[in-house]
Design a protein. Structure first.
Length: 197
């Protein structure tokens, strides 16, 4: 019984990856183009998310700075933090909804890219980060689940929305990881030339 349940997890994930490969190839290619334009223009990538999405944001930052699958110069990337010290300006109540937005306003510039991860698409602090990125004239690459939640309605024509065609959070996170790997591979291919996978 348990073995069958485990096998079904793999089958469901494989099915979604197959569906997503067709649905997401265009927006992922647009995300790669946005990041490459940012890098070649001297900009940087900021990434944020909560929970499992925070770990995925860290993965992107690690691959950009530390390298993906081949040697290349470091790419400027910062994973935004949920550090409690940033939540509470002196004498005020903590403002968890503004923690990412404060960092975007402090670190972001026109031409930079914000990669905003939210499987449900409704995280207040991620939405605040997107608003702050728009204030800074940054491009937003939003990774969400099927409908994109409230984040979908915030995005501009110049932004990129990678909406995984699924509602189950575990499946969405799996495809987000693969999406980030595709972005890293695509950026390397654009900057260093094609290489056999």
């Amino acid at each position: 019984m348990l073995e069958h349940r485990i096998q079904q997890q793999f089958i469901d994930s494989a099915d979604l990856n197959y569906q997503a490969s067709e649905a997401l190839s265009v927006p992922i290619a647009l995300a790669v183009q946005a990041v490459v334009a940012c890098i070649t223009g001297g900009g940087k990538t900021l990434a944020c998310g909560n929970g499992a999405s925070a770990a995925l944001a860290q993965t992107l930052g690690a691959h950009f700075v530390g390298g993906f699958e081949r040697e290349r110069p470091e790419l400027a990337a910062i994973t935004l933090t949920l550090d409690g010290a940033l939540l509470c300006p002196a004498g005020l109540e903590p403002d968890t909804a503004a923690v990412f937005a404060r960092q975007v306003r402090a670190l972001g510039h026109a031409g930079d890219v914000l990669v905003a991860l939210s499987a449900g698409g409704n995280c207040a602090n991620v939405m605040s980060a997107i608003a702050a990125a728009h204030e800074r004239e940054m491009t937003v690459v939003a990774l969400t689940g099927r409908h994109g939640g409230r984040i979908a309605g915030m995005l501009r024509e110049t932004d990129v929305h990678v909406a995984v065609p699924h509602d189950r959070l575990a499946r969405v996170h799996e495809v987000h990881l693969l999406t980030l790997h595709c972005i890293c591979d695509g950026v390397d291919a654009q900057l260093l030339g094609e290489r056999e996978p």
